[in-house]
Design a protein around this ligand. Structure first.
Ligand SMILES: Cc1cc2nc3c(=O)[nH]c(=O)nc-3n(C[C@H](O)[C@H](O)[C@H](O)COP(=O)(O)OP(=O)(O)OC[C@H]3O[C@@H](n4cnc5c(N)ncnc54)[C@H](O)[C@@H]3O)c2cc1C
Length: 384
């Protein structure tokens, strides 16, 4: 039986200046009325102007080389930036996914020309990416991807459909998992490749999908005879499955998997201050203890990534526990607020709680469902 690897890492005082700078910037932006905090801000709150401001301050592309517009800093500094922006419910969705997973992917598999052209624009907060994995018949079971890329002279011809593509309506590119050759009956993971697609090409149609809260932040994306050049194949032809698995560890491991609803708690605490009864104190104590534990686990994953280790099983476990906590947190905040009549809540409290409730159901689906993550955990423990 394998064990999970969660080294205990003490906080690093050297990172606290960066945290203070972030906090000051976020406070200033909020007080100037440039944004209103919201739960799920990294998914649902896209503000290109805000992303450009983050880019100007060097807070996007922290981990990659200055040759490509980055800051030559570590994954731990990046962690501080993501943690603080999430805590503040800031509108970071436009650049989030490109910064988190597609820039590292381009660094690993892109051509020199792509790196020089695209990475500085991502770092400037001006170029956004969508994840093209899910399809109507392929969500958890990604090996069932049907969207095809056929080899044609000088490039690839793409036909098919992706779904739930977050932010695709404002994105410049998608990295899509596509079938480039038929599946082998015994090994369904062969024949899949990752391809970089410019979403402004002829033949691409993006149709927003409205969610429970009335927002449209994810999309259907259709491809009809879309032609991309040869160098848009990222990595090895047929090697898409292995690449995607590595990408998912990056996608699942960040603090967005347990802090998405944190702003709801913070807003409630400002409201409640000295009005909480003893039962609420006990509830709050439990919540804070869970947050503290998950933060420790997530920080330890950031440190593993920093050391070049790809902690897939640990990331799956933190995402599962974190998503449960995010959803419990919203319900617990509702219970804490019983100590204060609703007509004494601020407008912000009503707004943040409403949005939090309506946006929380997808937490346990996006980036891998709870059941699928538990399958990964069980395999790690040798239980299946
Ligand atoms: C807010 C949001 C944003 C998203 N953004 C993106 C995005 O940007 N790009 C993208 O590609 N996708 C995105 N997705 C899609 C997401 O990754 C899928 O919804 C998810 O992987 C599940 O796939 P599915 O919806 O097809 O459900 P299915 O895979 O059909 O699953 C249905 C149910 O069956 C269960 N199940 C399936 N397989 C197993 C198994 N092997 N063992 C046990 N139970 C199983 C699941 O847990 C689930 O309860 C997003 C989804 C949401 C909700």
């Amino acid at each position: 039986m394998q064990r999970f690897n969660f080294p205990v890492i003490p906080p690093d005082p050297a990172l606290e200046d960066l945290r203070a700078e972030l906090q000051a910037f976020l406070k200033e932006e909020r007080e100037a009325g440039n944004y209103r905090p919201e739960p799920e801000c990294w998914m649902a709150c896209a503000d290109p102007e805000f992303s450009r401001k983050m880019g100007k301050r060097g807070w996007i592309g922290l981990t990659w080389s200055s040759q490509y517009g980055g800051q030559d800093k570590s994954a731990l500094e990046r962690y501080i930036v993501t943690e603080e922006t999430l805590r503040a419910g800031a509108p970071v969705a436009a650049h989030w996914i490109a910064d988190r997973q597609h820039a590292p992917m381009l660094l690993a598999h892109g051509t020199e020309e792509q790196k020089l052209d695209i990475l500085p624009r991502i770092a400037a907060g001006e170029c956004y990416f969508a994840i093209g994995l899910s399809e109507p018949g392929a969500g958890s079971d990604l090996a069932n991807v049907k969207t095809k890329a056929e080899k044609v002279s000088g490039g690839w011809k793409i036909n098919g459909q992706k779904i739930w593509s977050s932010g695709a309506h404002i994105c410049h590119y998608m990295v899509a998992l596509l079938r480039t050759s038929p599946a082998d009956g015994r090994n369904r993971h062969v024949g899949l490749s990752q391809i970089l697609i410019d979403l402004n090409l002829p033949g691409v149609t993006v149709k927003p999908i409205v969610d429970l809260s009335g927002d449209a932040h994810f999309n259907e994306v259709y491809f009809e005879d879309v032609i991309v050049p040869d160098d848009c194949l990222l990595g090895e032809e047929g090697g898409g499955w292995k690449q995607v698995t590595g990408e998912l560890a990056m996608e699942r491991s960040g603090p967005e998997r347990f802090l998405s609803t944190y702003i709801t708690l913070e807003t409630a605490l400002y409201q409640l201050q000295d009005k909480m009864g003893s039962a609420s104190h006990a509830r709050l104590g439990k919540l804070v203890a869970s947050l503290r534990t998950l933060r420790g686990m997530s920080w330890s994953i950031a440190n593993l990534l920093h050391r070049g280790i790809s902690p897939e099983a640990e990331a799956a476990l933190v995402k599962d526990l974190g998503n449960r906590l995010e959803n419990d947190l919203t319900q617990e905040v509702r219970a804490l607020l019983n100590d204060l009549p609703a007509d004494e809540w601020s407008e912000d409290m009503h707004r943040v709680l409403n949005i939090g409730i309506l946006r929380s159901p997808p937490n346990t689906l996006r980036g891998g469902t709870t059941e699928v993550l538990r399958g990964i955990t069980a395999r790690q423990l040798g239980l299946r």
